[in-house]
Design a protein around this ligand. Structure first.
Ligand code: PLP
Length: 398
């Protein structure tokens, strides 16, 4: 059959995360969900805030179905875009308006659109390891080459000199994801400033714009009052990709946005390229009902204290057993050094105790695993004895 082989291979080879998640589902059918400790997927376990449900009910009771379920403008409903712009301005002291916002089906769509909007032949896009596995798919689909910048050892902050060495005349974009999936690391303001200073210098040197794509689905999921720098305030050529999947626990509703920095040179032109990319990819008119919900709920966030408590419990428990963990300041993932040289074998061995987590080779860092702690506290408590037995298989040998 003469079809697109690249797409065929993407469709037939599931991501390692999805593979393990599907295994967990089949195990749950065999032995019961309570007996499977699935830490594979970043699916929020906290209920969406009550106001979401109330808003949906109210909208259904008061608005016409035509208005609620009909097409909006391709770039999103005016009121949703206006509410989003005002909310960003209020929180980050920016000056956006509705013409800088494009409503999307979550951060995945936002990223695909942004890349498509700016990438030309021979362009390169830098990602900081460890990185969300799908970046590779989105970047290559837009026609660019993926260039991986290796992190600082142990801290997993951006390695500034490595980053600088990866920039060349073909560099078009840099994706910055903080809080980071899978490490949970939040890039410090000092790091962000250095990255932006290098980008400004290199843009001048090569005489062309380099864009920052800030991928921010975990922006609100930070612990201990830590601040996440808002990249538009540090670098003009910034496109923000946001999603309500994690902050409002709405991943299945597919709702988010792109914000184009108005301070960017020819920002109107870039916004139109975003609209064109959305059109070419078929990502027009994000779900209408949820655009209406968002227009009324921009200031909400779910109760993240649950994740913080989970982080403390798991981090303490695993460290006590002897695992070497990176302390996460945000998101809901624990990045753990594999005691096995092959991280996939370590994940395989954990299955013996019905514990599921994912190897990070596809995230661009070998020898680490990601444990998603967006599960119930009870699940972690019940999984810890299994983790202990797993640890004993490695550490007792020393
Ligand atoms: N970017 C990162 C870093 C993610 O972890 C995810 C989802 O887990 C996404 C983007 C995609 O999010 P969405 O559900 O909004 O498409």
């Amino acid at each position: 059959m003469d079809i697109n082989e690249k797409m065929y291979s993407l469709g037939s080879k599931r991501s390692v995360i999805r593979e393990i998640f599907e295994y967990g589902r089949s195990r749950a059918r065999e032995i019961g969900a309570d007996n499977v400790f699935d830490f594979s997927l970043g699916n929020p376990s906290v209920e969406p805030p009550a106001k979401i449900k109330d808003t949906i009910k109210k909208l259904l009771d008061t608005e016409s179905g035509i208005a609620l379920h009909g097409y909006t403008s391709a770039q999103g409903d005016y009121f949703a875009r206006k509410a989003v712009a005002e909310s960003i301005n209020k929180r980050f002291d920016t000056s956006l308006d509705e013409n800088n916002i494009y409503m999307t089906c979550g951060a995945a769509a936002s990223l695909s659109i942004c890349l498509k909007a700016i990438i030309n032949n021979k362009d390169e896009c830098i990602v900081f390891a460890p990185f969300f596995t799908e970046y590779r798919v989105f970047i290559e689909n837009a026609g660019a080459k993926v260039v991986v910048s290796v992190p600082e050892e142990k801290t997993f902050q951006i390695n500034i000199s490595d980053f600088e060495s990866k920039i060349n005349k073909n560099t078009k974009a840099v994706i910055i994801n903080s809080p980071n999936n899978p490490s949970g690391v939040v890039y410090s303001e000092e790091t962000v400033k250095k990255v932006c200073e290098i980008l400004k210098r290199k843009s001048e040197e090569y005489g062309r714009e380099i864009f920052v794509i800030a991928d921010e689905p975990y922006r609100e999921l930070v612990y201990g009052g830590i601040k996440v720098p808002y990249l538009m305030n540090y670098y003009d050529n910034t496109l923000v990709c946001y999603s309500y999947s994690k902050s409002l626990s709405l991943p299945g509703e597919r709702i988010g946005y792109i914000a184009v920095n108005p301070k960017m040179k020819e920002s109107g032109k870039v916004y139109l390229a975003v609209c064109g990319a959305g059109r070419s990819l078929g990502y027009v008119c994000a779900p209408s009902l949820f655009q209406a919900v968002i227009a009324r709920c921009t200031e909400l966030k779910s109760d993240i204290s649950v994740y913080e408590k989970n982080r403390d419990l798991l981090l303490e428990g695993l460290t006590d057993i002897g695992f070497d963990c990176v302390r996460p300041d945000g998101a809901f993932y624990l990045f753990v050094k594999s005691p096995d040289t092959d991280a996939a074998s370590f994940c395989e061995r954990a299955k013996k105790y019905e514990i599921l987590f994912v190897p990070c080779d596809d995230f661009g860092v070998e020898g680490y695993v990601r444990i998603a702690y967006c599960v119930s506290r009870d699940k972690i408590i019940k999984a810890l004895p299994g983790f202990r037995k797993l640890g004993e298989e490695y550490f007792s040998k020393k």
